[in-house]
Design a protein around this ligand. Sequence first.
Ligand SMILES: [Fe+2]
Length: 174
Amino acid sequence: MDTTTLTRPGLTGLVETIRIVIGQGLAPEETAHEVAELVRGRRFNPGILTAEERQGSPDGYVSLVLHAESTFSIAAVVWRRGQETVIHDHVSWCAFGVLSGVEYETLYRLDGDHLVEIDRVANGPGDVSGFAPPGDIHKVKNTSPETGVSLHVYGADLSVLGSSVRRVYDLPVR
Ligand SMILES: [Fe+2]
């Protein structure tokens, strides 16, 4: 599943460098941080998507898989103002970089039958971050008035799994 990669500026180089990082066999969290620095260093802008893709959808945020192979995938997420995820965690490490908009992240900890909010982080254009499960329960919302675009790299093959979500948490927050 490599068909769209070549039409997107900078993506082929990112794929090649991520393969090198993964080949180092680091712990998941270290891999996530190193891949986040690759995303930062390549200074992507929303032009990596077509004008049509950048429109997003009125029905909710859109995740576009730009590249997938056995050990990692790259997806672009397009969020209109106010669009958000449910509370979830992930099957693998994740690195992301914000190209436009603000990804406002709320982090939680599972405490028996409920969740406890533990942190809030606002990531704007140029910000990158990397994390690995466990302890990655979160919700993300575009709180900016403009449509948000972010690049996400997951240590999993989304062409097989379809989604990076391990579990959705429909639990009260106390
Ligand atoms: Fe997530």
